[in-house]
Write a protein that binds this ligand. Structure first.
Ligand code: IMP
Ligand code: MG
Length: 179
């Protein structure tokens, strides 16, 4: 699996650093409040699991699944909810946790969904952002690292459902997806 990786963009150490930093910021910003932390399946699972342990205020967690890239490496442009929340966000502080924000299509859509459901506040935490690729404006409250416009995998992020279990974020060798 590691043989398929060309270069490491974000190391295990850097990920740990970002998780602690973002957890602290969230705990400070929402001191005295409560949060619903919503993980976007499946990519956000690794980041979400680590991040919630660094949040020091009362939270509830829930998950949503949306359609994104399918098996390819470019966005289709449409968003569909495949799995919806179990709990209501009405009048609650919502924190959406994502693995990577690319075009911004997914998050701009989900932000609107939360607002239309009467969320008190909607914030976004993402491990990675690719600002060069943005098509929709998304106000990102917390992010780990900016990455270049390269297809990345690891720490929850997949290519064709694989590589999510790598403990770092790396770039796949082109021959892996040109096969
Ligand atoms: P957006 O709607 O274009 O912002 O896409 C967000 C989703 O696309 C992320 O949650 C990822 O699942 C996927 N994605 C974006 N960039 C990459 C990448 O480099 N590798 C793997 N998945 C990616
Ligand atoms: Mg995703």
């Amino acid at each position: 699996m590691r043989d398929d990786i060309n270069e490491i963009l974000v190391s295990e150490e850097q990920i740990k650093e970002a998780v602690v930093r973002i957890g602290k910021q969230i705990s400070t910003d929402f001191a005295g409040e409560e949060l619903i932390v919503i993980g976007i399946l499946k990519g956000a699972v690794a980041f979400m699991a680590d991040l919630i342990q660094k949040i020091e205020i009362p939270i509830e967690i829930d998950f949503m699944a949306v359609s994104s890239y399918g098996m390819g490496t470019t966005s289709t442009g449409e968003v569909r909810i495949l799995k919806d929340l179990d709990i209501s966000v009405e009048n609650r502080n919502v924190l959406i946790v994502e693995d990577i924000i690319d075009t911004g299509i997914t998050l701009s859509y989900l932000t609107k969904v939360m607002e239309s459901r009467g969320a008190k506040t909607v914030s976004i935490a993402t491990l990675l952002t690719k600002p060069e690729r943005r098509e929709r404006h998304v106000p990102i409250d917390y992010y780990g690292y900016e990455v270049e416009d390269k297809f990345v995998v690891g720490y929850g992020i997949d290519y064709a459902e694989k590589y999510r279990n790598l403990p770092f974020v790396g770039v796949l060798k082109p021959e892996v997806y040109e096969k």
